[in-house]
Design a protein around this ligand. Structure first.
Ligand SMILES: [Zn+2]
Length: 230
């Protein structure tokens, strides 16, 4: 036993030194029954445990602070007032109010006409067989040949009802269309005429698209040139 290596009086000195401190009753009891070195060892272990627990708490706190620090500093760097970031304009595909010409490039072959039968429209031409594109995102609601043989395609959404005539349309009623989707090619079907006003039925002339735009919000036909640009 290690206690045997210590002189008796020295052992008591240390014991008195121990009991001069406000140790717990448990330690006092142990000291009265067990050799000094065991008591010292136990006390030292308690102190070490205490230190470890205390240090652990400090480390944990420090860790938490360390973990919190980036967000704290980030918050500190943020401006006090929330400045909204500039938002890009919504893509035309998802904007129901968007309307474009059915061609990338075209010429106006006849200005607003058809008022006499309530069908304010323009005639535009891009060339025989050129792809015709949907002017709006919507649904093909009608496709028929009218009384004088004009193939008539109607595409609409909650804002516009667009009517196209004379083309070789390749879509069907109920088809959902995104703006710019191909709907057919430029033709001369129906009542089309050449520059001299002669009918182009069965002849290789008069290719164009007759375009009408009905504004559902306004409840009236509008000049297509006002919305599709030129
Ligand atoms: Zn026309």
């Amino acid at each position: 036993m290690a206690a045997n290596y210590y002189p008796h009086d020295e052992e008591w000195e240390v014991d008195e030194w121990l009991s001069s401190y406000d140790l717990s009753g448990h330690v006092e009891d142990v000291s009265s029954n067990l050799p000094f070195d065991i008591v010292t060892l136990a006390a030292a272990i308690l102190v070490i445990i205490g230190l470890v627990i205390g240090l652990g708490n400090v480390i944990r706190d420090t860790d938490q602070q360390t973990l919190k620090r980036p967000s704290n500093s980030q918050e500190a760097n943020e401006p006090k007032e929330q400045v909204p970031l500039p938002q890009p304009p919504p893509p035309a595909l998802t904007n129901p109010t968007a309307i474009v010409a059915p061609y990338d490039q075209y010429i106006l072959t006849q200005g607003v006409h058809g008022l006499s039968y309530g069908h304010m429209a323009i005639d535009i031409a891009a060339g025989k067989g050129i792809t015709i594109k949907s002017p709006i995102t919507g649904i093909a609601s009608e496709y028929y040949f009218d009384a004088i043989g004009n193939p008539t395609l109607v595409i609409e959404n909650e804002f516009y009802r667009v009517t196209l005539l004379h083309g070789n349309y390749t879509i069907g009623v109920g088809d959902k269309l995104n703006i710019g989707d191909p709907v057919g090619t430029e033709g001369n079907l129906g009542n089309t005429r050449d520059m001299q006003g002669r009918s182009c039925r069965g002849r290789d002339c008069g290719y164009h698209t007759h375009l009408n735009v009905f504004d559902k919000q306004a409840g009236t036909n509008i000049n297509p040139l006002d919305v599709i640009g030129d």
